[in-house]
Design a protein around this ligand. Structure first.
Ligand SMILES: [Zn+2]
Length: 264
């Protein structure tokens, strides 16, 4: 079985004692591609370092809405510099988070727009974080011309099918995470079932959002197997075919066609 984890943060200190083991377990589970996603300058640097030294791991660099208040000329220059590294396949995670509002909505919008523009300039896809801000995220994406980007990935999608449909209509990818396995995950199950197969991605968002039956423990990329198995069950399809299809989607979304053989 082959699998993809489109969103991990395994360069975080949570994995300092056993990172090699975690990567080994992911590979043993069949995970062929992991995207290590930055959320500020430091984590973006770490993502590039991790991807540079590990086959099958690629990086995304960017400033999360929580840290949007740190977005300035210097940050922009550094993210741009990092984004030009070979191992970097996307700008992210970027977006809006009105649930925690750790930066003001104005700061969040400014950093979000600037990073969409950066992705457009470098012809890179974007990985979108959205929480309690769907309408504003969608209108900024549309307004900033995100449809011209090579890919838009809606990370850990938690909206309903109507919201998903509006993303799909614009050619975006829907990435499904661990909450799809929770008993109260009505929307995620519906979206995972109805999403066209060629627009679907899987992720863990490790170390967060641990899927059942490991809920409560630290998450890790090998658990994307449980996310994928759950989606396969919902869709009544063989997990091997789903895993392979979703992996292909990830190669396409992140423009990895040329290095596909390498990653495999
Ligand atoms: Zn994340």
């Amino acid at each position: 079985m082959v699998l993809v984890d489109s969103h991990v943060h395994i360069s975080m200190k949570d994995y300092d004692t056993d990172r090699e083991e975690v990567i080994r377990r992911a590979r043993a589970a069949g995970v062929r591609l992991m995207v290590e996603v930055g959320y500020d300058l430091e984590s973006s640097e770490r993502a590039v370092g991790l991807a540079r030294t590990n086959e099958g791991i690629v990086a995304a660099v960017g400033v999360h809405p929580h840290d949007a208040k740190t977005w300035n000329r210097e940050a922009s220059d550094r993210i741009e510099e990092l984004a030009k590294e070979d191992s970097v396949v996307a700008i992210g995670e970027i977006g809006l988070d009105y649930y925690r509002n750790l930066s003001s909505p104005q700061e969040q919008a400014a950093a979000f727009r600037a990073q969409i523009d950066l992705a457009a300039r470098l012809n890179l896809p974007v990985i979108i974080h959205e929480r309690d801000a769907f309408e504003d995220v969608l209108s900024i994406l549309v307004d900033a011309g995100a449809e011209r980007l090579p890919g838009v990935v809606m990370h850990c999608f938690s909206g309903d099918w109507r919201a998903a449909r509006r993303c799909l209509d614009r050619g975006f990818y829907i990435s499904i995470a661990g909450p799809v396995t929770y008993k109260n995950s009505k929307f995620q199950e519906q979206v995972a079932r109805l999403c066209p197969l060629d627009r679907l991605l899987t992720e863990t968002d490790s170390p967060y959002l641990t899927p059942s039956p490991f809920r409560g423990k630290r998450n890790e990329p090998s658990y994307v197997k449980d996310v994928t198995e759950h989606i396969a069950r919902i869709r009544s399809m063989p997990v091997e075919i789903l895993g392979k299809t979703v992996l292909e989607n990830a190669y396409k979304a992140f423009g990895l066609d040329e290095v596909k053989d390498q990653v495999r």
